[in-house]
Design a protein around this ligand. Structure first.
Ligand code: 5GP
Ligand code: ZN
Length: 140
């Protein structure tokens, strides 16, 4: 994917403030950080979205992200972090090369929790929803 920004970073063709590299994974600072230390963790291999990535590779990526998140928190003296993926346009994804955001959090940084990314009222149809999801694991 020659036109992909994150492939370019993975290949070293585009500058990034890399903080960690391991086998198929690179972690670097986000160019427009939400908070100081905002880091992105990417696979070297190009997958546009997380659901297109083999689960084993996604597992390795999340493993590295968990390790890097702890290091970022310690280095920055942060009080916590959010770790997440904007998967798909509807979820706010802008760069279509899988990446995990690590956003260190600080007291009174003005941000919200994961629950602030979307809203609905009540717990409508919660059992039907659970059933629909269970069905995808073992369709009858
Ligand atoms: P998304 O909305 O796709 O989850 O977020 C993409 C992220 O990549 C954004 O937070 C944006 O600031 C960051 N970003 C976009 N282009 C570059 C770049 O060229 N270098 C770096 N380091 N970060 C980038
Ligand atoms: Zn790419």
């Amino acid at each position: 994917m020659s036109g992909c920004l994150f492939c370019q970073i993975a290949r070293g063709d585009r500058h990034a403030h890399t903080v960690f590299e391991k086998e198929g994974t690179v972690a670097f600072l986000d160019i427009f950080p939400c908070t100081p230390g905002h880091t992105l963790v990417i696979p070297r291999q190009h997958y546009p979205t997380l659901d297109e990535m083999p689960a084993e590779e996604a597992g390795r990526l999340f493993h590295v992200a968990a390790v890097v998140a702890g290091k970022v928190q310690a280095a920055m003296g942060a009080a916590g972090f959010n770790l997440g993926v904007n998967n798909g346009k509807a979820a706010g994804q802008e760069v279509f090369h899988v990446h995990i955001h690590i956003i260190p959090r600080y007291p009174n940084d003005g941000g919200g929790s994961m629950k602030s990314v979307a809203r609905m009222s009540g717990e409508k149809d919660i059992e039907q929803i659970a059933s629909k999801i269970r069905q995808t694991f073992s369709p009858s």
